[in-house]
Design a protein around this ligand. Structure first.
Ligand code: AMP
Length: 540
């Protein structure tokens, strides 16, 4: 028996129309040193329509890719709205990639148009001669900022010029919900980055999940500080979820350092925020040194890499801000799990849940696998996490990689445990686990423990070759300004919390742990610096 229900496509055209009409009064505020720029979602709707007309006027048709090379700002929100709604495909390019990766990605996605923020025009100008598929560049900034891009090949427009005189309404088509709406490439630490193509349907369903109380709990009562870049896994879904729920947005643009973030939180008073742990570590350090008012924030979502429990405690105990730990991947849209303790959990038990990577939502299936098949979800057996669901990718764009898929499940490359009530705890990336004398050492556990030491600002641990044990941990540590600590003291501190055979003998003190393009500790760089001998290593 078939249902009697209408089969209305889940379309981002509908979402844009809804968000900019029902929530026309919600606002997007873009930070700038000259003062914040403000617009309503009603304004965003009108600009999105003008942008869609503008893009049509320069020949964008069908499912052509329109890329963005932008920070988080109002115009980027308008791109998020207009491009998929008009039937084209939004491709968010990561502005921090190496030029070769950028060229590879833009060519691989066959980007036709690139919308670029004035501040990063020089970065785009470097690679533009190699971007063969690009026909048009749209510069979000004054005409003068477009100068370095002229005469290279593609036609150059300004954003305001493209929108000028265009109608404020657009008859967006509602197509097949399974068609492509947006794409993002993985930050790819090995091999070429891989393209994940989201559908209208997957983004819609994912947005509903993001809004749910069990996930980020967005509603029109929230002002969401979107620190996570719009090019990092679609800003973790908060942009589309804001349109769906009417949550207002605070966009930091290029002001992602701790001081401007503290200033924008104090003056704009967001209630919610999302960013990777390194952003919060910097902010905490800044607040501890300079003071500041972040009391408006009630919850912040931290994910992208393991959030050190010490960071959660510090924000909670010193600033009353609740960090919600979440896990996900570009391949999972990215929401995979959110660590909200079950009702009734208090005290130690509540914390034990909060430091996990969290519970998977109803639509995401999860299992653990090992060399001998499935691993039990008993909270202690360790295996590789595999996931499936309507917002999990089934393949990569024009890139066969069967090793990443297992009979319809996505192999995450993350290793950990799963409890019967579906809470994930990750111990490592499969490739970061340290194999010492046949035993496994969790680099994440060592990092989290080290970062709980009051003198330690940042710590990253990688496995390095060792003649006797095969591999041993190398700790790369940033000492907090003004603090004084010896290797022996750090080793003794570790030995209080973890098995002594796991305590590293090799230590490197650095001024900053190298970071990836999305702000995670870059273990590949640490390993290669160690291999080439450019790290100053103390061995005990
Ligand atoms: P990306 O696609 O760049 O966001 O990277 C996804 C990967 O980031 C995951 O496969 C994990 O290895 C890591 N990751 C994301 N969130 C967490 C988390 N909460 N804890 C530990 N690792 C995480």
């Amino acid at each position: 028996m078939r249902s009697t229900m209408q089969d209305t496509p889940l379309s981002l055209a509908t979402l844009l129309r809804y968000g900019t009409t029902a929530h026309a009064a919600s606002t997007v505020t873009t930070w700038s040193p000259e003062g914040p720029r403000r617009a309503t979602y009603g304004d965003v709707g009108r600009n999105a329509a003008r942008l869609a007309h503008g893009l049509r006027s320069i020949g964008v048709t069908g499912d052509e890719r329109v890329a963005t090379f932008m920070f988080n700002n109002q115009e980027h929100l308008e791109c998020y709205g207009a491009i998929p709604a008009m039937g084209a495909v939004l491709h968010t390019l990561n502005i921090r990639l190496f030029p070769e990766q950028l060229v590879y990605i833009a060519e691989h996605a066959e980007d036709r148009v690139v919308v670029v923020d004035a501040a990063v025009v020089p970065l785009l100008a470097r690679v533009l001669p190699q971007l063969k598929s690009v026909r048009h560049i749209v510069v979000n900034g004054p005409d003068a900022a477009a100068e370095p891009l002229r005469g290279i090949g593609p036609d150059v427009h300004t954003y305001t010029g493209l929108l000028e005189g265009q109608p404020e309404e657009y008859d967006y088509p509602v197509g097949d919900e399974r068609d492509a709406a947006a794409m993002c490439y993985t930050s790819g630490t090995t091999g070429n980055p891989k393209g994940v193509v989201y559908s209208h349907r997957s983004i819609w369903l994912h947005s509903m999940q993001v809004c749910m109380a069990e996930s980020f709990g967005l509603s029109d009562r929230e002002l969401c500080l979107a620190v996570v870049p719009q090019f990092h896994a679609m800003a973790w879904g908060v942009i589309h979820a804001a349109l769906m729920s009417g949550a207002s947005l605070l966009m930091p643009d290029r002001f992602l350092q701790a001081a401007p973030l503290a200033a924008m939180i104090a003056t704009e008073r967001p209630t919610f925020a999302a960013a990777v742990p390194t952003i919060w570590t910097d902010l905490l350090n800044h607040l501890d040194a300079n003071g500041g008012d972040i009391s408006s924030l009630s919850e912040v979502v931290v994910g992208g890499s393991a959030c050190p429990p010490s960071l959660m405690h510090a924000f909670w105990e010193r600033y009353g801000v609740r960090i919600i730990h979440a896990w996900g991947m570009t391949e999972t849209s990215p929401l995979g799990s959110v660590a909200r303790p079950p009702a009734g959990a208090t005290g130690e038990e509540e914390w034990a849940y909060r430091v996990t990577q969290g519970r998977v939502p109803a639509a995401v299936q999860v299992r653990l696998t090992g060399p001998d098949g499935l691993v039990p979800s008993d909270g202690t057996s360790v295996g590789e996490l595999e996931v499936a669901g309507p917002w999990v990718t089934a393949e990569y764009h024009h890139d066969e990689d069967p090793a990443k898929f297992d009979e319809g499940w996505l192999r995450t490359g993350d290793v950990g445990t799963l409890t019967p009530d579906m809470f994930i705890t990750l111990t490592d990336r499969a490739k970061d686990v340290i194999k010492s004398g046949g035993e496994w050492i969790s680099s994440v556990e060592l990092e989290n423990t080290l970062m709980a030491h009051p003198a330690v600002l940042e710590a990253s641990v990688v496995g390095v070759p060792d003649e006797k044990w095969g591999e041993r941990p190398l700790a790369t540590v940033v000492i907090r300004e003004g603090a004084d600590v010896t290797v022996e003291q750090l080793r003794a501190f570790l030995a209080e919390h973890i098995a002594s055979w796991q305590v590293p003998e090799r230590w490197a003190f650095v001024s900053e742990v190298p970071k990836t393009s999305v702000g995670k500790f870059d273990k590949k760089v640490i390993r290669s610096r160690y291999a080439e001998g450019s790290l100053d290593v103390t061995t005990t």
